[in-house]
Design a protein around this ligand. Structure first.
Ligand code: SF4
Length: 325
């Protein structure tokens, strides 16, 4: 299977924040690939750097180091920005705040077509806008409506339709199910599953909900303080998480229903506390202050390494802590 999105050694540092000297390293040397037609879920708590990573890929932030390739095209090069904007589309976290409240849904859907010179004229673009709405399960009647007064689920469909307007190579979904009720969440999941099937989409899904990631992705990457700490096939990570941080996330998701708890996940109480502010430490495992298994060896920075097949984890004690060993 060919690689559609490839990220190599990507870093993003925000200067002038804190972290003593050189700013805050929100994303630190991240390398990931997403195969054509596949979804990679990027999982972690708020403040782990997921949104910074996805906004850097989307071109909202300029990368401090590293490369972003869509197919063979290096889109981290600013000269490729225009192509980049069309090839990679972001579905933002809050659909209402990303839409102009005083302009119609027709305007929201035809604007990207105008910007990227797609369509042969006004009538053709309006016809395309109606088709896009139908593709996300909304009637063309919505074209005349304003965003205000529409439900979150309907707005989410509109921003997905807007992202699809430029026929992107890669779709970036930033927490598409956060802050919605369970019914809406179910509808959005079904919409995204339908989209994956119909358009053979290549996508990166950002979520703090590991069970949502399980529904929607074939591969999963777990991020903590700017670095990937575990990565591999979704079902394998969900059923046999190796890094203590991932075990905490899986344990939290399954605690409400013990029957759903994977046997190999081990105790949920492998970690405590919250994500610290101020970025990652200069050396050592960044998870150590929260990890129940921290030891002297953890003062050295663990590398992301193979732990079996395509499964990788960054923990010094990964073998001795393996619940299935
Ligand atoms: Fe915990 Fe040490 Fe593994 Fe970090 S390297 S997750 S501190 S056991």
């Amino acid at each position: 299977m060919s690689q559609r999105l490839r990220i190599e050694g990507l870093s993003k540092t925000f200067h002038g924040g804190s972290a003593r000297s050189g700013g805050v390293r929100a994303v630190d040397d991240v390398s990931l690939t997403v195969d054509r037609g596949q979804t990679l879920a990027l999982v972690g708590e708020s403040g782990c750097g997921k949104s910074t990573l996805v906004r850097t890929i989307a071109g909202i932030y300029q990368a401090t180091a590293g490369r972003i390739l869509v197919g063979d095209v290096d889109i981290s090069d600013r000269r490729a920005l225009r192509r980049h904007r069309r090839a990679v589309q972001l579905v933002p976290q809050n659909p209402l705040s990303s839409l102009n409240r005083s302009r119609s849904i027709m305007h929201a859907l035809t604007q990207p077509l105008r910007v990227h010179r797609i369509g042969t004229g006004r009538h053709d673009r309006e016809r395309r806008a109606a088709t896009l709405l139908e593709q996300v399960g909304l009637s063309p009647d919505y074209l005349r409506r304003l965003p205000v007064g529409m439900s979150v689920g309907e707005l989410q469909r509109v921003v997905v339709a807007r992202a699809l307007a430029t026929e992107p190579s890669v779709l970036l979904l930033d927490e598409p199910t956060s802050s919605v009720d369970l019914t809406t969440k179910g509808r959005i999941i079904n919409l995204l599953l339908d989209m994956q099937r119909e358009f053979d989409l290549t996508s990166m899904l950002i979520t703090h909900e590991i069970d949502i990631a399980r529904h929607l992705s074939q591969r999963m990457a777990v991020m903590y303080l700017g670095r990937i700490v575990e990565e591999g096939p979704t079902e394998e990570i969900y059923n046999r998480p190796r890094h203590p941080y991932t075990r905490m996330l899986v344990g939290s998701a399954t605690a409400a229903d013990p029957l759903l708890a994977p046997a190999a996940a081990g105790p949920a109480a492998v970690a405590t506390g919250e994500v610290p502010t101020g970025g990652r430490p200069e050396a050592g495992c960044a998870f150590a202050p929260r990890c129940a298994y921290a030891a002297a060896v953890c003062t050295a920075t663990p590398a992301l390494r193979a732990v079996g097949g395509e499964h990788r984890a960054a923990c010094h004690r990964v073998d001795e802590l393996d619940p299935a060993a």
